[in-house]
Write a protein that binds this ligand. Structure first.
Ligand SMILES: Nc1ncnc2c1ncn2[C@@H]1O[C@H](COP(=O)(O)OP(=O)(O)OP(=O)(O)O)[C@@H](O)[C@H]1O
Ligand SMILES: [Mg+2]
Length: 237
């Protein structure tokens, strides 16, 4: 579902993130720990590209994806989503863009354990006001797309890691996003399952014309991407 004619899905300009952790030692003793997670990241992702963000643990991949996905605000710098400055808009507008146009697959899935796979996939469509019949049809299609048509009634704790990963992918696609952000979508999987998931993502992205940015520290799975962006210690290299 493409409506915007703009060459870049994502543009970041000097994005910095500083985390401040304060620690109370004693009555009057107080120290502050500063983590400079991103130190000025600038890059562009073209509309329709499939890009891997490659970097070791702690290099800032999750932080960067969360900032692009509008989940976390940067300390400095700008993020443009199809030309819209996400850092300049109000929280309410940002939440709407997140709901309607950006699919996010969390490193730890974040599925709702008391809801079935079907209901987890349906939930973003409930939030965006899709009528019941339409969203049920869509949830069934998505379950099928990720090969879980027989697991719709299972709750996340009753699914394997790879199956939960696929539910998370299906949920991220529920509202037909323009951009899919996938944080280590193969991090918890064996190589064979990992390759299957990556190929699935690749096929979906192509069929549905979705731009994808996925993070990984695994060199073996980056072969399928159009381009690799490398990050180290919060710097794009
Ligand atoms: N909420 C937070 N508060 C404080 N520091 C944080 C927070 N989130 C991340 N950090 C720090 O920022 C740095 C980057 O973390 P980030 O999670 O972005 O790395 P990552 O590349 O995703 O690592 P991994 O591959 O292990 O998932 C780390 O030093 C981390 O400890
Ligand atoms: Mg991470």
């Amino acid at each position: 579902m493409k409506t915007l004619q703009y060459p870049y899905a994502v543009e970041t300009e000097n994005v910095e993130k500083i985390y401040y952790l304060s620690k109370q030692r004693g009555e009057n003793e107080h120290s502050e720990l500063i983590v400079h997670a991103l130190k000025g990241c600038t890059f562009k992702i073209k509309d329709g590209e499939f890009v891997s963000l490659l970097g070791p643990s702690g290099s800032g991949k999750t932080t960067l994806l969360e900032i692009i996905g509008g989940i976390v605000r940067p300390t400095r710098g700008n993020v443009f989503f199809y030309g819209f400055d996400l850092t300049a808009i109000k929280a309410k507008e940002l939440a709407l863009i997140r709901l309607k146009a950006i699919g996010y697959i969390f490193q730890d899935f974040r599925l709702i354990p008391v809801l079935s796979a079907f209901e987890n996939i349906e939930l973003p469509m409930v939030f965006s006001g899709i009528p019941r019949e339409v969203r049920h049809k869509k949830a069934r299609e998505l379950l099928k797309m990720v090969g879980l048509e027989n697991f719709g009634e299972h709750k996340p704790p009753q699914l394997s890691g790879g199956q939960q990963q696929r539910v998370a992918i299906a949920r991220a696609l529920a509202n037909d996003p323009m951009l899919l952000l996938a944080d280590e979508p193969t991090g918890n999987l064996d190589l064979v399952t990992a390759m299957k998931i990556i190929k699935l993502l690749r096929t979906i992205a192509k069929d549905l014309e979705i731009t994808v940015l996925l993070s990984t520290h695994d060199l073996k799975i980056i072969g399928v991407s159009d381009r690799i962006i490398r990050i180290r210690d919060g710097v794009i290299i």
